[in-house]
Design a protein around this ligand. Structure first.
Ligand SMILES: [Zn+2]
Length: 316
């Protein structure tokens, strides 16, 4: 049995789209397993209003879950979240026990879960949204769906792919700088790939690119082109330094434009070697930006705002 299902059995939670959700004592939780089961991310739906409380929660986690390094709880106003870490695999029964203890701690502190948007505690159902399952009353669910539909409609009718592409290209140009700096600092290019993907995305959004299926395609295309440019920029600087050390006066602009075309000139250059470097650059760019691009894909298909009412089971 999978980790998540086994966890759901220990707790009596339900499972929807890789999330286990349910109540332990008076606290409503969402739990998902990450990184091949080495981490469990826990969301306790309590509105921690006063800032001091988060400190107390962190102190509790630090004291009581030492072996799982669970410090660093965060609150987004809706839920307090933290991560249970394991060197290998978080045991479902351990996660269940931690949550049981934690729910007691919270109820002792006077916390009770209510609808994610208001203080209602009766007749709450479930709303799935952006990877979480919220407890919501019918009224708030309707309001929330309305807002989300407005956002979706606005996305469908505003922005343009051309503007977005221009912004992504600008982001790609900026992304060359960290790529080159990281390369000469001897850092892995997965990090460069992530930074470049982030710049392309930011550029796309700032230039009011259209949120649609083309968004991901544009960002990936720009990422591929500028990974190519960045790898060859490193090559160009290496060669420039080489010639400069020999005392030649090199026009770096001319050198760069030659090198940019070099992978397509097998008669003059070692194209196999260059393509090898470009290939490894692309590999690392893909590796570094994989999870980030998944987020972009969700955004481009509207999955990040899509709202779904699931289950009508009610707590009394
Ligand atoms: Zn409500």
């Amino acid at each position: 049995m999978g980790q998540l299902n086994s966890f759901a059995q220990f707790t009596g939670y339900k499972v929807y789209d890789k999330i286990a959700y349910g109540r332990t004592n008076a606290i409503y939780f969402n739990v998902r397993f990450l990184n091949f089961g080495a981490q469990a991310q826990v969301f306790a739906f309590v509105k921690s209003g006063s800032g001091g409380d988060l400190g107390k929660i962190n102190a509790y986690l630090k004291e009581n879950c030492k072996q799982y390094k669970t410090g660093g709880a965060q609150s987004d106003g809706r839920a307090v979240s933290f991560v249970i870490n394991s060197m290998t695999r978080v045991k479902p029964e351990n996660a269940a026990r931690i949550i049981d203890d934690f729910s007691r701690f919270l109820t002792d502190k006077g916390y009770r879960s209510t609808c994610a948007f208001c203080d209602q505690n009766n007749n709450v159902g479930h709303t799935a949204q952006n990877g979480l399952v919220l407890e919501t009353c019918e009224t708030c669910h309707e309001k929330f769906s309305g807002i989300v539909n407005d956002i979706q409609q606005e996305r469908d009718t505003t922005g343009s792919y051309a503007k977005g592409a221009a912004g992504a290209v600008l982001g790609g140009i900026l992304g060359i700088i960290p790529w080159v700096l990281f390369y000469f600092a001897g850092l892995i290019s997965a990090l460069s790939g992530l930074v470049m993907a982030f710049f392309c995305y930011k550029g796309y959004v700032l230039f009011k690119g259209k949120r649609g299926k083309g968004m991901l395609v544009i960002i990936i295309a720009v990422l591929v082109v500028f990974t190519y440019v960045s790898v060859l920029a490193n090559q160009c600087i290496t060669e420039y330094q080489y010639y400069a050390a020999l005392g030649y006066d090199v026009d770096i602009g001319a050198l760069f434009s030659t090198i940019l075309a070099a992978p397509f000139m097998p008669a003059e250059f070692e194209t196999g070697l260059l393509w090898g470097q470009i290939g490894s650059g692309l590999f690392f760019a893909g590796l570094g930006s994989f999870f980030f691009l998944r987020k972009v894909r969700k955004e481009s298909t509207g999955q990040d705002v899509a709202v779904k009412r699931i289950g009508r089971d009610l707590y009394s």
